[in-house]
Design a protein around this ligand. Sequence first.
Ligand SMILES: [Zn+2]
Length: 240
Amino acid sequence: MSILLFLLGLIIGSFLNVCIYRIPEGISIVNPGSFCPKCKHQLSWLDNIPLVSYMLLKGRCRYCGAKISIQYPLVELLTGTIFLLFYIRFGISAEFILFASVSSLLIVALFIDLKYMLLPDVVIIPSIILSAIYGSIYGFPHNFIAAGIFTLMFYLLRVIFKDGLGIGDIELIFIFSLMLGFYGALLVVIISSLIGTIYGIYLIKKGRAGMRTKIPFGPFLIGAFLLVSSINIPAFYLLR
Ligand SMILES: [Zn+2]
């Protein structure tokens, strides 16, 4: 069963790649079928096997030889791994489905945010709805109280440090609190701030950023959420 869910994650990940590429371009995510972004050649199912095709083709398009971004196998592997870890944590359950769905949507948000510095509504709004459903079933009322606290805190930070946090970051912490409760959301904030700061210092040291360069915080928040929600520490989830 673990292997099946890992494979399911790989296939979903492959679809998420399509979403990451097409949503910002405004292309339908179902039509046309997969094509090479460079030469637009239609891809056959043989070019579309998650991970395997990338390795067999050595990361290049079969038709024009253009390099295929490492993002493709990375997203597939990430989604597969997360599905596997959720299965270990939840078994096959409504919790599994809700966590897998929200995480899939947020993986799309993560990679679009990295490229375009924006979090598209088409993935954020369904995530908010699903996390509210999750919070109502598994974390009522604690998770809603946590969501109130963190949303207010982020909003105040946004007002005090102008330009610091985006509206998208506030929407993200709202989603995370509903999914993880107070301590989970707190852990996400701590981990993402830590990694964000280290990354910021790294950029400054390399001379690629100044003290005022804007770095999108969304990808760090989402990365920390995926980490916190998929690692299996039973005692931690009993905290309210
Ligand atoms: Zn091509």
